[in-house]
Structures are given as structure tokens and as C-alpha cells.
Write a protein that binds this ligand. Structure first.
Ligand SMILES: NC(=O)C1=CN([C@@H]2O[C@H](COP(=O)(O)OP(=O)(O)OC[C@H]3O[C@@H](n4cnc5c(N)ncnc54)[C@H](OP(=O)(O)O)[C@@H]3O)[C@@H](O)[C@H]2O)C=CC1
Ligand SMILES: CC(=O)N[C@@H](CCC(=O)OP(=O)(O)O)C(=O)O
Length: 356
């Protein structure tokens, strides 16, 4: 497959898992992307249905028919997006040509450690791909985006991971926080759990209640966050991580705190966070005193970050808001696709949210 960056030919993109939330959101962004033509859309139990039956909001793509997810149905595209359950993408990705750009929205190719994968996912490790968080800071000041240029395989991060990593990494990279004592508590929306019916997601029980899950060091995003913060310069990283489902459809509000290295001043903290994101198109440190809300990021590829020092506790407190389906997955995939193909990084993505 030849990619058409220098010609006027559109880039043909197939989406596998198109009937799900992450696949649907990817299609919403791709439908508005200036250089993309949506090709095959595939599904599992919903193969044969029209896309409009599953995603009635995707008007321009409503006529498309969902094909079964096979290497054959994904053939003939420049880019393939895999929005499949964990464990399903490794096998299919291995059957796709090496020169096709494959973006995996699932977890299969994110972790470097096979032992971590086996401990948290309980199956054989599929391998490690370049990681699709362009803003990930390296200790030498470079960013992960350099590793995405020209890539033909990209592992898109987990949504909770993106929020916590973006909140904490400026302090880690600047050596201002004790990485052995990190705590993150997240308010997360229900769409993060996917479309498949789950017993704890009955609307009658979920609406009007907040419920924690994967408490006590069991959440599979812990090794991924630790991996990122190590990449940012943390040597000995230990994280307590607790997500809490709250009655909203989309959004993550991650509060992450860390003990400050003794002698660190509030001015140093402010400077480190502001400098880390000064040139980032999609990550913004809000003006002092303004706190992010999930509503400010809905529909946008934006991460909004705020930071404060709790002097009595000796801790830095960060709050990060993202839309789990945009910066948390589909938007990150499009941003990574743009970088991998040499397009403008921001093509097809917006920073403006939907309000009220
Ligand atoms: N939701 C979110 O906020 C985020 C999701 N992700 C990741 O994206 C991926 C998709 O998640 P999400 O969209 O939420 O999940 P959904 O349950 O909404 O969608 C799952 C999709 O996978 C298909 N599918 C189900 N089983 C199989 C199978 N055995 N083989 C092939 N396809 C299958 C489904 O098809 P059908 O409907 O036809 O059965 C559907 O298209 C997951 O890996 C998830 O972790 C990542 C970050 C955030
Ligand atoms: C509410 C809810 O269940 N959220 C999911 C987040 C899904 C996600 O980001 O990512 P991956 O599954 O791709 O890792 C969770 O916490 O597991």
C-alpha cells in the first residue's frame, strides 16, 4: 500500500470495531478530517448491520454496512484503526501488511514488560509498539512525538492513563516530586466501559450514584502509568490508583497528588507545569486558580491541567480533565496518525469543547 501524503488522493482508513464507542468516535473525527476517506467499517456480532443503526449520529456514514472483522475486509487501506476488546487486536494486526499504518486503541501493544501484561491482563503478550502519547516528556526534554514520525504501528494509550500521565509528568521530569508516593483518584464516565452490557452499568443503579471499581492496586492501567512516568525520568515509581464511576456519559477528571521534594517552592511547581506544555497544541495549563471540568473538554482533543501546592501536606495536587473518547482514545489516534503520516498534527481535531 502506498500512502498518498504528497498527492491529492485521500488517505483511506478502515475502522475495525466500528460498532463500539471508541470505533464510533474515531469515525466521527475521521468524517471531518480534511485528508481522509473512510473505507471499510467492521464489527463482530453487529456485522451485516448498517452503521446508521448503531451510530445514528454519524449522518454521512449512516449508509455504510458493517463487515465482519477479518484481514480480508481490512485489505486495501492506508490506515487501519483497531477498536477491539483487549486481546483481539494482536492476532489481526499480525496479519496486516507492514507498510499499512495500524493504530491499536486497545491495550495489547502498550506495555513494554511482558510480565506486567501477563499479571494484569492474564494472557500472552502480543508485543510492544511505539506509544501514541505525543506529549510524553523524555528526561532530555524531547517528546514522544519524535518516535511517531513515520511509524507504521502505534499503540494508543488508555484513557485514564493519559489523564494521570499528563497531570503528573511535569513534576517527574523536573525532579520536583517523590515518585515513590503518587496517588490518583479519578471520576470517570460510563462510556469508558464500552458499549457491551455489563451488570454494574444498569442505568437504574448507575444514575444518581458514584461507584469505585478496581480498587487496591488491581487496575490494569497502573503498569502503563508507571511505564510512562519512568519514561519521563522517574526512577522508583509507585502509584495508588482508584477510579470512581460517576453518572456522566463521557469525561475523566483525574486528581493526582505527589509528595514534593523538600525545598520545592510553589513558583518552581508553576514554572515546571507551564513550561512542560507551553508548546503543546492539545494540553493546556489553565490560568492560576481556574480548575478544569470535564464539560470544558467534551468533544475536544483537549487536556486541561491545573496544579497547586498543598503546603501543609507537602504535596502537589494536579487536576486533569479529558474527554475519554477523544483525547482519551479516538483523538489521540488521529493525532498519532497525523504525526505518523507527516500531516499537520492538528488536522481534523478541535480544541473547542461542547457546552453547556
Ligand atoms: N471507551 C473508551 O473510552 C475507551 C476505549 N478504549 C479501547 O478501545 C477498544 C474498544 O472499546 P469500546 O469501543 O469502548 O468497546 P465497545 O464494547 O463499545 O466496542 C467493542 C467493539 O469490538 C467488537 N468486538 C467485540 N468482540 C469482538 C471480537 N471477539 N472480535 C472482534 N471484534 C469484537 C464489537 O463488535 P460488535 O458490536 O459487532 O459485537 C465492537 O465493535 C477497547 O480495547 C478499549 O479498551 C481505549 C480508551 C478509551
Ligand atoms: C469506566 C471504565 O470502565 N473505564 C475503563 C477505561 C477504558 C480505557 O481507557 O482504556 P483501555 O481499556 O483501552 O485500556 C477502565 O477503567 O478499564
Amino acid at each position: 500500500m502506498i500512502l498518498h501524503m504528497t498527492s491529492n488522493q485521500p488517505i483511506r482508513v478502515a475502522v475495525a470495531g466500528a460498532s463500539g464507542y471508541a470505533g464510533g468516535e474515531t469515525l466521527r473525527l475521521l468524517a471531518a478530517h480534511p485528508h481522509v476517506e473512510v473505507g471499510a467499517v467492521t464489527a463482530h456480532s453487529n456485522a451485516g448491520a448498517r452503521l446508521g443503526e448503531l451510530h445514528p449520529h454519524l449522518r454521512s456514514l449512516a449508509h455504510k454496512v458493517l463487515e465482519p472483522t477479518t484481514p480480508e475486509s481490512l485489505k486495501g487501506h492506508d490506515v487501519v484503526v483497531l477498536a477491539l476488546p483487549h486481546g483481539a487486536s494482536g492476532e489481526i494486526a499480525a496479519q496486516l501488511p507492514e507498510d499499512v499504518l495500524v493504530l491499536d486503541l486497545g491495550a495489547d501493544h502498550r506495555l513494554e514488560s511482558a510480565a506486567d501484561w501477563e499479571a494484569f491482563y492474564g494472557s500472552a503478550h502480543a508485543g510492544t509498539w511505539p506509544y501514541g502519547l505525543p506529549e510524553l516528556v523524555r528526561p532530555d526534554g524531547t517528546r514522544q512525538r519524535a518516535a511517531l514520525a513515520g511509524a507504521r504501528r502505534v499503540a494508543v494509550p488508555g484513557c485514564n492513563v493519559t489523564a494521570v500521565t499528563l497531570g503528573l509528568q511535569p513534576g517527574v521530569a523536573a525532579g520536583l516530586v517523590e515518585t515513590r508516593d503518587l496517588v490518583a483518584v479519578l471520576a470517570v464516565g460510563y462510556s469508558g466501559a464500552g458499549k457491551a452490557l455489563k451488570a454494574h452499568l444498569l442505568a437504574s443503579e448507575a444514575l444518581g450514584s458514584a461507584q469505585p471499581y478496581a480498587v487496591g492496586g488491581t487496575h490494569r492501567h497502573i503498569p502503563e502509568i508507571v511505564q510512562n512516568l519512568r519514561a519521563a525520568g522517574g526512577e522508583d515509581v509507585s502509584l495508588s490508583f482508584t477510579p470512581v464511576l460517576v453518572p456522566m456519559s463521557r469525561g475523566i477528571l483525574a486528581t493526582a497528588t505527589a509528595r514534593l521534594v523538600q525545598g520545592t517552592t510553589p513558583a518552581q511547581v508553576r514554572e515546571a507545569w507551564e513550561l512542560a506544555y507551553a508548546d503543546e497544541p492539545f494540553v493546556e495549563v489553565l490560568p492560576e486558580g481556574q480548575w478544569p471540568t470535564t464539560a470544558m473538554t467534551l468533544g475536544a482533543n483537549t487536556a486541561l491541567v491545573q496544579v497547586a501546592v498543598d503546603e501543609a501536606a507537602g504535596r502537589v495536587v494536579t487536576v486533569t480533565a479529558i474527554d475519554n473518547l477523544v483525547k482519551g482514545t479516538a483523538g489521540a489516534a488521529v493525532q498519532s496518525m497525523n504525526l505518523a503520516l507527516g500531516l499537520r498534527e492538528t488536522a481534523g481535531l478541535v480544541t473547542e469543547g461542547v457546552a453547556p
